[in-house]
Ligand binder design. Structure first.
Ligand SMILES: [Zn+2]
Length: 136
């Protein structure tokens, strides 16, 4: 067991703990969430004399894509609807991001624990014969 390596690993675990607080922040937010994504779509309207066809200035529409169990719905939003839907969709995105970051975090911590275990393994007290057997 090397002391230096072990204390380096412990510092990494400490850093991971601090990181966990940041990762889980969205779980403490009180805002309602809506499983949807707000996007801006750009399109041509089909009128040949319109600026979108003549000058390539595309029309912009804010749309929301909402996920349902059996599929999804998409529709364009009025300004009022944007104010109502966007914060909930944003809060949803933060929560999902927290979930996925936590998954990554957890895998990284498992790796750290495995490395700590390897550093701390000791065969002291085992028979000479058992000391030659590989540990699981
Ligand atoms: Zn147009």
């Amino acid at each position: 067991m090397t002391r230096d390596q072990l204390s380096q690993l412990r510092r990494e675990v400490d850093a991971k703990l601090a990181e966990l607080h940041r990762i889980l922040k969205p779980a403490f937010e009180p805002d309602p969430v809506l499983p949807g994504v707000v996007t801006v779509s750009r399109h041509r309207c089909g009128n040949a004399s319109c600026a979108c066809a003549r000058e390539g200035k595309l029309h912009e529409a804010v749309r929301i894509l909402i996920k349902f169990k059996d599929g999804y719905a998409t529709r364009s939003l009025s300004d009022e609807e944007i104010r109502s839907f966007k914060p909930r969709a944003d809060a949803y995105r933060r929560l999902r991001k927290a979930r996925s970051n936590f998954g990554k975090w957890s895998k990284e911590v498992v790796e750290l624990i495995d490395r700590i275990e390897r550093e701390r393994r000791s065969l002291e007290g085992l028979s000479e014969e058992d000391c030659k057997r590989p540990l699981r």
